[in-house]
Design a protein around this ligand. Structure first.
Ligand code: URA
Length: 282
């Protein structure tokens, strides 16, 4: 079983309906289990999309724009050059495919910009959030609003700079009302995220928040159960990655307690230790 298979997503979401409803999370889990900070900023506004009904996958929202017509793809030459050049070309191709296929069009997601991702195309660490918000939609860049400032602080606390890592989201366009992604939205975007992960080929992936953590780990668990340890992930083409779930920076902002800060910092330290990056003193 691999991440991104729509039939698997639907089946497990149906099984996971109770927890799904309780958590207000709109899609379920995929995959198999493994062997197992800074200054306060105002909290994010409350999310308004109602939790989908259990038992049945969420109904397909009415499309607000038609998917683009299928264009016959020209065969591409294999990317060449340095590792960075190859990764850049692969990422450009994925963005081109995403733009051509416009998978979000089927789910009626209003947006102004595709927020694809940014950072070092050969980064050792990749952060995967949930979906662009209003600021990200306006600027076309991931994590540039309040949650983004907090993520920047988390990265700095690790002794790194934003440009040293790669940052992406499960969804590439802003969902209505900044709501938790629906199963249809996740289904539509997951294959592109998988390709994006393979292009960057990071040694560690930090899943920011429960929707990203559930999708990438394949586990229908709470963040309390998911965070603090590594989970394996296999892409549909069979590449393996290690996922470290942690709290979303927006959650951290809303719950800026010593305990939450300590937990996030413990998670980030796990990443540094795994990559043999010196842990800055705090
Ligand atoms: N929250 C996310 O999950 N991603 C962003 O890009 C911004 C806020």
């Amino acid at each position: 079983m691999s991440v991104g298979d729509p039939a698997t997503i639907r089946r497990i979401v149906a099984q996971d309906a109770r927890a799904w409803g309780q958590l207000g999370v709109a899609w379920g889990a995929l995959g198999q289990p493994a062997a197992i900070a800074a200054e306060v900023i105002a909290p994010e506004p409350a999310r308004t999309r109602p939790a989908p009904q259990p038992q049945e996958p969420a109904p397909m929202p009415k499309a607000r724009q038609e998917p683009k017509a299928q264009v016959e793809k020209k065969p591409r030459k294999a990317p060449t050059g340095s590792a960075k050049e190859v990764a850049e070309q692969l990422l450009a191709e994925i963005l081109e495919d995403y733009t051509a296929e416009a998978p979000h069009a089927k789910t009626g997601t209003p947006h102004t910009t595709i927020v694809f991702g940014e950072g070092d195309p050969c980064a050792r660490i990749m952060f995967v959030g949930e979906a662009p918000g209003a600021d990200e939609d306006r600027l076309g860049r991931p994590f540039v609003g309040r949650a983004g400032q907090k993520l920047d602080q988390m990265i700095l606390a690790m002794g790194l700079k934003r440009e040293n890592v790669y940052i992406a989201n499960v969804l590439k366009v802003r969902p209505p009302n900044n709501a938790t992604p629906t199963i249809e939205e996740a289904e539509a975007s997951a294959p592109f995220l998988m390709r994006q992960i393979e292009a960057v080929n990071p040694e560690a992936i930090v899943a920011l928040g429960l929707p990203s953590a559930k999708l990438l780990t394949g586990q229908a668990l709470s963040m309390r159960e998911l965070r603090g340890r590594w989970w394996p992930m296999a892409t549909p083409s069979g590449k393996s990655y290690d996922i470290l779930p942690t709290y979303h920076p927006a959650y951290l902002l809303r719950n800026y307690t010593p305990e939450t800060r300590r937990k996030v910092w413990e998670d980030l330290k796990l990443v540094l230790e795994r990559l043999d990056i010196p842990v800055p003193a705090r």
